[in-house]
Design a binder for this molecule. Structure first.
Ligand code: GBH
Length: 491
């Protein structure tokens, strides 16, 4: 029985790795230093600051461009096996293309990678975490099929410069946020809103960009370097409101993640059949001459099929999904509130605790359900949890809620490994340090380490959650040590 399982007795298997993550725009600052060109996030924060809750930007952020040694030091204090960070495309290639490599950018990432390796920490590198060179956005960005080549050329530069030392590559972070959320809203797609058509162009181009970058590694670099390449998907578990909502929940999962995973990870490749049919029918009904979801050619389908070494898995929150009632309006544009394509409403259970981010309610079992979903859909693929973490207002170093979030989610990971036999090989905390939280600015904090944004040095200070995580890594025990002074039935 469920109750017989005591997670405190479960351990992470030998070889399991722990890390923490950040991304370039969220931490580096130095937005216009030494040859870097503007990214879409420089543009949106500078020209349309009202899209950011506190009108802030990543101009300085955590100043990691200058304080990177501090980041390595705290990663080492935590005892991390790996540190996941991203490379800023416009910092390395200011023109967007490989015709000019920015020497200062190249050196910055070189130093960071070497510094980590010296401390025995593996670099896990995200190629793209949403900061597209503005020039490429002006040419259509992720809606232009040419982005597939642009990305492939950028990936080649990265493999050549850093592939001898970087063994784990994540091509693209959370395409759901770029395409599904992005084109429905404003900030995440550089100001372009086009939910009906833009979203699907973006999805197809992301799938092909990732797949070509994987093929390139497989063909030209794998023998020499022996590394691996994956993509990181963000998953919300969609819990059916009633038995009748199970079908719509399953379509919801296809819409949210299947579109980004099925072409690479399924045996047959291509779009997931259920959602492909729905989009085609909706398109026809609305008078489009063809489906708004662009089809794959046979050749494209084969390029994408099998283009992975592992599945990157980001989890934060869940929703309840149900069919829209006849009288109800689909007022909200946000894909966190409804899925228009499916005529579905998304809600939260009133018992789920709210974090300090408006979209984020806590439901630990959703994580285990989704880990099983990946296994059910795609077989025994290796899963690396590439992000999981909790947001608070960040005023306290004694961050009990964040510790509980980590404990409860690590428990779900252990249950997935031991009970559901899901092949999970690593876990990444988001985030190593407080940073610029996109459209939420600095109003909400995810750091294991607090960053003092009033201090020019951006001093980093360990929160209690850092001490907790360090203890988990050291002891392979997720229970909260007594010394943390938490009354046990609060857990
Ligand atoms: C991840 O996003 C990101 O990878 C990371 O950069 C981020 O800091 C972290 O998690 C915490 O958010 O205004 O409705 O468009 C998680 C998904 C995507 C949730 C963007 C919030 C904005 C909401 N996030 N989204 S909306």
């Amino acid at each position: 029985a469920e109750g017989a399982w005591c997670a405190s007795e479960l351990k992470f298997p030998p070889g399991f790795k722990f890390g923490a993550a950040t991304s370039a725009y969220q931490i580096e600052g130095a937005w216009n230093a030494s040859g870097k060109s503007p990214s879409t996030w420089d543009t949106i924060t500078h020209t349309r600051p009202h899209h950011i809750i506190d009108q802030s930007s990543g101009d300085i952020a955590c100043d990691s461009y200058n304080q990177w040694k501090e980041d390595i030091k705290i990663a080492s204090d935590l005892g991390l096996d790996f540190y996941r960070f991203s490379i800023s495309w416009p910092r390395l290639l200011p023109t967007g293309f490989p015709d000019a490599i920015n020497e200062d950018g190249r050196r910055y990432y070189d130093n960071l990678i070497n510094g980590l390796l010296e401390m025995g920490i593996e670099p896990m590198v995200t190629m793209y975490h949403w900061d597209l060179p503005q020039r490429l956005q002006n040419l259509g960005g992720w809606a232009n099929p040419k982005v597939v080549e642009w990305f492939e050329d950028y990936a080649r530069v990265l493999y050549k410069l850093y592939g001898d030392r970087v063994k784990t590559w994540i091509t693209i972070n959370e395409p759901f946020s770029m395409c599904t959320l992005g084109y429905a809203m404003v900030a995440f797609s550089a100001g372009v809103t086009d939910q009906d058509v833009g979203t699907y162009l973006c999805i197809k181009n992301v799938v092909m960009a990732h797949s070509k970058a994987w093929r390139l590694y497989d063909r030209d670099f794998r023998n020499k370097f022996g590394g691996r390449v994956g993509i990181a998907n963000q998953l919300f578990y969609l819990k059916p409101a009633t038995k009748e909502d199970e079908e719509i929940a399953s379509l919801g999962h296809e819409f949210f993640y299947g579109l980004y995973s099925h072409p690479m990870y399924s045996k047959e490749g291509g779009w997931p059949a259920g959602i492909e049919r729905v989009i085609e029918q909706n398109s026809k009904k609305a008078g489009f001459a063809r489906s708004r979801l662009p089809p794959f050619t046979d050749e494209e389908k084969e390029i994408a099929r099998g283009a992975y070494d592992f599945y990157g898995f980001n989890y934060y929150s869940s929703r309840i999904i149900r069919r829209r009632g006849d009288e109800e309006d689909l007022l909200a544009r946000s894909p966190f509130k409804n899925i228009r394509e499916l005529n579905a409403i998304l809600e939260v259970d009133p018992t789920w605790k709210k974090s300090s981010s408006f979209w984020f309610y806590v439901y630990p079992p959703g994580m285990r359900k989704l880990l099983s979903w990946v296994k059910d859909q795609y077989g025994d693929v290796e899963i690396v949890i590439t992000e999981n973490g909790y947001s608070s207002t960040g005023t306290e170093l004694n961050d009990i809620d964040r510790i509980k979030y980590y404990r409860d989610h690590l428990e779900q990971v252990l249950l997935a490994i031991h009970k559901d036999k899901v092949n999970i090989t690593g876990y990444t905390a988001w985030s190593l340090i407080d940073n610029f939280e996109w459209n939420e600015g600095y109003s909400t904090k995810f750091g294991l380490y607090e960053v003092n944004f009033n201090d020019p040095k951006r001093t980093r200070t360990a929160r209690d959650s850092a001490k907790y995580y360090k203890n988990v890594i050291k002891t392979n025990d997720i229970e909260i040590p007594k010394s943390f002074n938490i009354i046990s039935d609060e857990l």
